[in-house]
Design a protein around this ligand. Structure first.
Ligand SMILES: *Cc1c(COP(=O)(O)O)cnc(C)c1O
Length: 462
């Protein structure tokens, strides 16, 4: 089945239209001609029309669905739609965001001697675990650098470097990256840039337009948007030239028996050798598969992506400003706060806002943090983000609890740091919830501590 998005999109360049129609063919796509929402093809495997087709599909000389571990018609709509919204040439969906990050990085470092990555120091904890443990066991080394300072990325490159990795908006501190400058450094060094665009989504930021070669998502978060299903996506911009330095990339440029004694670049001319490797090797061999049911949950969520993300992001900016003015708050990590280092990048690259996941530090006795968290009513204590419901997490006791205090502080996370994921409830109600808990904290703090804390809060903001 070939998907022809352009037919149903009728030339629209608007994300609001494309998020609903991209990745679907016309009615010819659907055997019953009546399935307007994307049907769930709840099938493990597909019948071949005849022996010759089966043989050709297994030899990978003819495209088609054989077995749902490596491809399924429902999942294929999510793949095409993600590629469309990100402006890439093709997409691959996987069982989780974690598997998307893992497969994308394995594709760069699993073959050949070069096993070094340059990585932003402000990234999701699960990716830190992957890099520091599983990939480290496989001989991968990492240099962590500041995502706002391209000169650090240039200084970290060695002849073993095979990729750059960063998050457009970092989780949990809402750190932004100077991707245009970093991509220039990467391309000068002859390596691709992989960007995790989970927190921004293509509604707020399209990394490929800023030089990214590969984009990954935890579709679990804003794509799905309702906290019901895990999924991940990889999109290839289709621009990185593996043949410019063929000796660096034997996985793409050397003939392999597995690919019919061809190299992947020869086999996939006009397509994506990168995603072919991820699908036909990593998803196939390691079973990183997305179920069609979960794909359908994510597809349904994506139909309202633009509406939801704008509302999430506007509410988050309002709430960040409110927190920034409260005496029981020491610091707000959100790019709207003018003293934030990310303010300049936000003004330049994020005209529609910087998303709804950010952190702030309470200005209180450390022992009172748990009581504050438990006193919130609308904010649910949950280790997730990107839900319609507002969520709070305490990184030092939850997602970052295995870091040493030194590592945690180096990542910018104190014991008093709380992460919020702003949902779609009325912003006034969310502010009222935070305000009553903050006022209570302020009212019951010892007067002496309070004065000095207010002073230090003012200092911190100055
Ligand atoms: C959640 C998350 C992931 C991991 O995705 P899962 O779907 O939970 O496996 C990766 N990157 C970022 C930025 C995330 O927030």
């Amino acid at each position: 089945m070939t998907l022809s998005p352009s037919a149903t999109i009728n030339g629209s360049s608007s994300l609001a239209t494309r998020q609903i129609h991209a990745g679907r063919g016309g009615s010819a796509d659907s055997p019953t001609q009546a399935t307007l929402p994307v049907p769930i093809y709840q099938s493990s495997a597909f019948e071949f029309p005849d022996h010759a087709s089966a043989a050709a599909m297994f030899a990978q000389t003819q495209p088609g669905f054989t077995y749902s571990r490596t491809g399924n018609p429902t999942v294929a709509v999510l793949e095409a739609r993600s590629a469309d919204l990100e402006g890439g040439i093709a997409g691959l969906a996987l069982g989780s965001g974690q598997s998307a990050v893992a497969a994308a990085l394995l594709a760069l470092v699993s073959t050949g001697p070069g096993k070094h990555l340059v990585v932003s120091e402000k990234i999701y904890g699960g990716t830190v675990d992957l890099l520091g443990d599983t990939l480290a066991d496989l001989g991968v080394t990492v240099t962590y650098v500041d995502p706002t300072d391209a000169s650090q990325w240039a200084a970290a490159v060695t002849d073993q470097t095979r990729g750059f990795f960063l998050e457009s908006i970092g989780n949990p501190l809402s750190t932004l990256a100077d991707l245009d400058a970093i991509a220039e450094v990467a391309h000068e060094a002859g390596v691709p840039v992989v960007v995790d665009n989970t927190l921004a989504t293509p509604v707020l930021y399209r990394p490929i337009e800023h030089g990214a070669d590969i984009v990954v998502h935890s579709a679990t978060k804003y794509f799905g948007g309702h906290g019901t299903a895990l999924a991940g996506v990889i999109v290839d911009a289709g621009r990185f030239d593996w043949e410019a330095r063929p000796e660096r990339w034997p996985q793409f440029t050397s003939p392999r028996e597995r690919w019919g004694h061809q190299s992947l670049v020869d086999k996939c001319r006009g397509g994506s050798p990168f995603l072919h490797l991820c699908r036909a090797k990593f998803v196939h061999d390691l079973g990183l598969t997305l179920s069609p049911f979960n794909a359908s949950q994510i597809i349904q969520g994506m139909e309202t992506l633009d509406l939801r993300v704008r509302r999430h992001s506007d509410s988050a900016a309002r709430i960040a400003r409110f927190l920034d003015g409260h005496p029981a708050v020491r610091r707000v990590h959100h790019p709207v706060v003018e003293s934030s280092v990310d303010h300049r990048i936000a003004e330049r690259d994020y005209p529609s806002g910087t998303g709804a996941v950010f952190a702030f530090e309470l200005n209180c006795d450390p022992e009172r943090v748990p009581e504050f968290v438990d006193s919130l009513r609308l904010f649910k204590l949950v280790a997730n983000i990107g839900d319609v419901r507002s969520l709070v997490a305490h990184p030092a006791a939850m997602t970052h609890c295995r870091l040493t205090e030194e590592q945690r502080l180096a990542a910018g996370i104190t014991w008093e740091t709380l992460r919020l994921s702003i949902g779609l409830e009325a912003a006034e109600d969310l502010i009222a919830d935070l305000q009553s808990s903050l006022d209570e904290l302020q009212r019951t703090s010892p007067a002496s501590a309070r004065t000095s804390d207010v002073e230090s809060a003012q200092e911190a903001r100055a």
